[in-house]
Design a protein around this ligand. Structure first.
Ligand code: EPU
Length: 420
């Protein structure tokens, strides 16, 4: 199994571009199940999770092909409605086939995803919403078995803000009879991207990007073409990479507004941030010699993204002073803490908070193990600023969600390589 080796101590400088957003590409790939014809999706990142999604779509009898960053899908005969455990356990987002399959075919059998390193991550809110729309749902032999003659529009109030829950039900509602109103819906930019593709296919959706989304059901949708939005989490990760090494890095190809919560925190910590608008959008970070520890609390968009919490913690490990990091979205998203401590970080983890006592220049390279996608990115960032070499194992997590992170960091001057 490949590992990543990082030689720390080099400050990163230069310009780097972001790839397409994983968390937008995945629901949009699954949305193709709603309509026959040829879906042509551009700016799709090259990731393991995209390969897994194509594998599942093919198992559902879709035809898919890839040319560079363009993925073409034909879902005319998506007449197998079963998502097998072997595919779903590899990637939880597979549950996003449930809404589209049930809505188009009136039947779906989708494996329950099972446990996850960062939290329990149940899908009860997806299922309750579909039941409210008239589906009969049973859990049998580890599978969700869902049936309906036709889903019916209704009003649904999510108890908790759920990103894929909102996506699943928004997709299901496009072909339902009547109007569905989703309240306490997620406002993530990826929801907006998905809604925009659904609208391109002929769906009638308003309110996406706010907490109330209204979907008027239509009788059918038609395949179309669409470019996936840039990845704001990758952008934030690259920005923190420049920052943590004391460098000056421009990350381009995305709208800075989408990571405003991160930008505000970086400014508060002492970084100089310049936002670039117009033709070349992006953010330039210039690092001070010393930055200060500040507190963050993760929250649904537009709050501080849980998907940037681990990376920000790495930055705080080498800040001056103390930072209190509070994770409110997932109950177990501090797996990186013990690994950061192996590099010499001074962190006291509690249930939902971690107290980080910063040590500028205080990390020393060591072998560490990645536990999930964002924890892997956090360890790479920590490796960049650790003295000597850091060897990160289990980096297959990284390949699920970052397109060529090492190549991008190398282009900024990092001494990072993949070792077999
Ligand atoms: N929740 C429930 N019941 C549900 C659904 C969610 O209790 O039916 C809870 C979860 O357990 C969690 C909270 O609600 O405590 C929020 O979970 P959410 O459903 O929003 O998460 P998700 O949709 O499974 C997506 C991203 C995650 C990202 C979260 C939060 C995709 C494919 N995944 O997950 O991305 O962390 O939203 O923003 O969009 C990542 O990219 O590394 C990643 C984990």
């Amino acid at each position: 199994m490949d590992k990543i080796s990082v030689e720390g101590g080099v400050s990163l400088n230069g310009t780097v571009s972001v790839s397409g957003a994983k968390n937008s590409a995945l629901p949009i790939l699954f949305s193709t199940l709603l309509a026959s014809g040829k879906h042509i999706l551009g700016n799709v990142p090259k990731l393991k999770d995209i390969d897994s999604t194509r594998e599942l779509l093919e198992a559902l009898n879709c035809r898919t092909s890839v040319n560079g960053h363009t993925v073409t899908i034909e879902a005319d005969e998506a007449d197998n409605q079963e998502a097998h455990y072997d595919l779903v356990r590899k990637m939880r987002a597979s549950v996003l086939c449930l809404g589209p399959l049930l809505s188009r075919y009136g039947i779906a059998r989708v494996s329950l995803p099972g446990g996850c390193a960062i939290g329990a991550r149940p899908i009860n809110l997806h299922l309750e919403a579909l039941e409210k729309m008239g589906a009969q749902i049973e859990i049998k032999e580890g599978y969700v078995e869902a049936r309906c003659s036709k889903l019916k529009g209704t009003s649904i109030m999510f108890d908790t803000v759920t990103v894929t829950g909102t996506e699943n039900i928004m997709m299901a509602a496009t072909l339902a009879e009547g109007t569905t109103v989703l309240e306490n819906a997620a406002k993530e930019p990826e929801i907006v991207d998905l809604a925009e593709y659904l609208i391109k296919m002929g769906a009638k959706i308003t309110g996406h990007g706010t907490s109330v989304i209204t979907i008027k059901g239509v009788s059918q949708l038609k395949a179309s073409s669409f470019d996936i939005m840039p990845d704001r989490i990758e952008a934030g990760t690259l920005l923190i990479a420049g920052a943590i090494t004391g460098g000056e890095v421009t990350v381009e190809g995305f709208n800075p507004v989408l990571i405003d919560a991160l930008i505000q925190k970086m400014i508060e910590s002492g970084f100089k941030i310049q936002t670039l608008h117009g033709k070349t959008q992006g953010v330039k970070v210039s690092s001070p010699k010393i930055w200060t520890g500040i507190d963050i609390t993760t929250a649904p968009y537009p709050g501080f993204a849980t998907d940037l919490q681990a990376q920000f913690m790495a930055l705080m490990c080498v800040a001056q002073g103390t930072s209190i990091i509070t994770e409110t979205i997932f109950e177990n998203r501090f797996m990186h803490v013990q690994e950061l401590m192996r590099l010499g970080a001074d962190i006291t983890p509690k249930t939902r908070t971690a107290v980080v006592r910063g040590k500028p220049g205080g990390l020393v390279g060591a072998p560490v193990m990645a536990t999930d996608l964002r924890a892997s990115a956090c360890l790479v960032l920590a490796g960049l600023v650790s003295q000597g070499s850091t060897l990160i194992s289990r980096i297959y997590h990284l390949d699920r969600g970052y397109e060529d992170l090492e190549g991008k960091l190398r282009s900024l001057g990092a001494r990072i390589q993949r070792v077999p």
